[in-house]
Ligand binder design. Structure first.
Ligand code: AHR
Length: 606
């Protein structure tokens, strides 16, 4: 491998080359990144009509002690469904309640992770026909292990109308499979709504699960695309992500059923929170919004203006003056300063659809008029032919189950027009969790680095998956643990590439060309954060089955400019290319860093 590290060979890689894409998919947000422990906190999962769907809430008691139903008596106008409990048993007498009472419990998203010594803020809204004495407790999955408890007690007059209660519970024990219980031994009618359990200890105090965000921070993402994907489109427009329904006080958010990924979300992780997360990660948000097109229905271009206005309002919410109509809502949520929103994606994977081009142009014109600096991303692929409409970037997605095919995509942008919009590879993956998948993806990314004059951004998808969702992802988690798949660790080897300089790196052979054909390589250099030392990183991907011995020659450097004794090599490999990580074996395939065993001086073999 010959690397020409001379100034003449160096070309800049985009500052925003590698980032992340977060989609509400596989419970990435609800039950994942967003630290809320209660699932279906407003009992709204069946929609606004009653009877609604209270799943995963369950009943503690039987027909002779308790009747549970839903009605539309909530104090929240945008989510009227509340849970109604008729307690038939009493604290004493013939039909006395069990000692622990009757009521309801919520197991969260396949178990709540409750940790000893940590504090949990429990908020709930209650109304009753008389005085109440409700035990609010965090317990093990069988209800027997008591981890923390408090009683909320109020007179009938205090709770004849809805009243908010807040209790802080400090856990006395640890259980990753816990639940929240609301129980009573007092006869009468009682209503609950908007029940929340949030750990106090969240990333920057903004409600995100720390261990999951740490994995993102470690990737040093330069941008964050959100909130989808198909999640933005919806199978039907009525179920698409609509940002206005996801802002403001959490209690007032209606939540919605994501009908592409087929699960309910309370939208605790809403538009504001995504923007906040991007800011907290020090990365650029890229907002993808619905363009009047879902998987199954479309709004005609002639009628799309309300959608255009919704997008403009969303931009005002993110960037507007705190006194503006929508900017003032952002300020009221605690963020008077504008968010640094510079990119938007008009729709997702909609290019071939009947109204895409027409709708797109309406959005494009209106946004450029109001926000000329905002970069607009088209869904249409401009990698092999020029777009027939204006755009700053074009979106490119590629999934395959074949690592070799993914790696061959390294050449996808070799012939892309250098005068048109730049490419945003916002979704790519080999749809497996194996080392081989990661190798194929690494080969592809090497191709993107080499084409960084036309590829401006790239992000893997999907980023997260709850372990209960059978899917591949970069980061897999349950309530308390997580692991990076080989694809995650592969990305970490590219985290210095954004803003780096790429050099010509040429693989040469005298004998077996087969061996070289299975290799891909790139070389980059970058400076550390203090702008003091510069580093050279050579990445080599071997997708073949043979071990290849390589002589690496680096030309074009000043004599003694490389400190070979401190040079390291990082290897991502395993005994079998099909190896995967898992919750049981989270570190089976992870990068291994060591000093270079054999380092030559200038002119010697390395
Ligand atoms: O990453 C999962 C899905 O794949 C995304 O939602 C969509 O854009 C793509 O089809």
């Amino acid at each position: 491998l010959v690397v020409d590290a001379s100034e003449a060979s160096g070309r800049p890689i985009s500052e925003t080359m590698f980032g992340i894409f977060i989609e509400e998919f596989n419970n990435a947000g609800a039950g994942g990144l967003w630290a809320e422990l209660v699932s279906n906190r407003g009992f709204e999962a069946g929609g606004p009509n009653v009877p609604s769907n209270i799943d995963p809430w369950s009943i503690i008691g039987n027909e002779s002690s308790l009747i549970v139903s839903t009605d539309r008596s909530s104090c929240f106008d945008r989510n009227k469904v509340a849970l109604r409990m008729e307690v038939l048993c009493d604290s004493q007498g013939a039909n006395s309640c069990p000692d622990d009472g009757v009521g309801i419990y919520n197991p969260g998203f396949w178990g709540m992770n409750i940790e000893k010594g940590k504090t949990y803020s429990v908020v709930l809204y209650v109304r009753s026909s008389g005085s109440i004495n409700v035990s609010v407790s965090l317990t093990g999955s069988d209800g027997l292990q008591k981890l923390a408890a408090a009683n909320i007690i109020a007179s009938g007059s205090e709770v004849s109308n809805w009243k908010k209660f807040k209790v802080m519970l400090e856990a006395q024990g640890t259980n990753p499979n816990s639940r929240l219980q609301l129980t009573t031994t007092r006869k009468g009618f009682i209503w609950f709504d908007q029940v929340s359990v949030m750990p106090l200890d969240t990333y920057k105090g903004h409600g995100f699960r720390k261990d999951l965000v740490q994995m993102l921070e470690d990737l040093k993402p330069q941008f964050m695309r959100f909130p989808g994907g198909c999640f933005v489109e919806g199978a039907w427009l009525r179920n698409a992500f609509r940002w206005k329904e996801t802002i403001g006080p959490w209690e007032e958010r209606p939540g919605h059923f994501g009908d592409v990924w087929m699960y309910w979300t309370d939208d605790g992780l809403g538009y504001f929170e995504f923007l906040q997360l991007a800011e907290d990660l020090g990365t650029l948000p890229i907002w993808v919004f619905n363009n009047g097109i879902s998987h199954n229905d479309e709004v005609d271009t002639a009628s799309v203006l309300p959608f255009v206005q919704e997008a403009l309002d969303g931009l005002e919410f993110a960037r507007g003056n705190p006194n503006s109509t929508w900017g003032s809502l952002r300020a009221a949520m605690g963020h008077p300063e504008p968010f640094d929103l510079r990119y938007v994606g008009i729709g997702n994977e909609d290019c071939g659809k009947k109204n895409y081009r027409g709708n797109y142009l309406k959005f494009y014109t209106a946004i450029k008029r109001a926000y000329p600096d905002i970069k607009i991303i088209s869904n249409c692929d401009g990698s092999s032919q020029k777009l027939d409409h204006p755009a700053d970037l074009f979106d490119f997605h590629f999934y395959t189950d074949d690592a070799k095919i993914m790696s061959s995509m390294a050449h996808q942008f070799d012939h892309t027009s250098r005068s048109g919009p730049k490419a945003f590879v916002s979704e790519y993956a080999v749809t497996k969790g194996s080392l081989l998948a990661a190798l194929g993806e690494a080969g592809f990314l090497i191709g993107l680095e080499k084409n960084s004059d036309v590829v401006e951004m790239a992000s893997y998808a999907p980023l997260f998956s709850n372990d209960r969702r059978a899917n591949f992802a970069a980061i897999v988690f349950n309530s308390s643990h997580l692991y990076g798949t080989p694809s995650y660790w592969m990305q970490s080897l590219f985290s210095e590439s954004s803003g780096a300089t790429i050099f010509n790196a040429t693989l040469k052979t005298n004998s077996s060309t087969d061996q070289v054909e299975q290799l891909l390589a790139s070389a980059i250099s970058w400076k550390n954060s203090e702008n003091e030392n510069s580093y050279l990183r050579i990445k080599i991907v071997n997708l073949g089955t043979n071990i290849v011995n390589l002589k690496i020659v680096v030309d074009g450097l000043e004599p003694n400019s490389i400190n070979l004794s401190e040079s390291t090599k990082t290897v991502l490999t395993s005994t079998n290319v099909m190896d995967e990580n898992s919750l049981n074996e989270p570190k089976k395939v992870i990068p291994n860093r060591s000093l270079l065993e054999k380092a030559g001086k200038d002119g010697e073999d390395v």
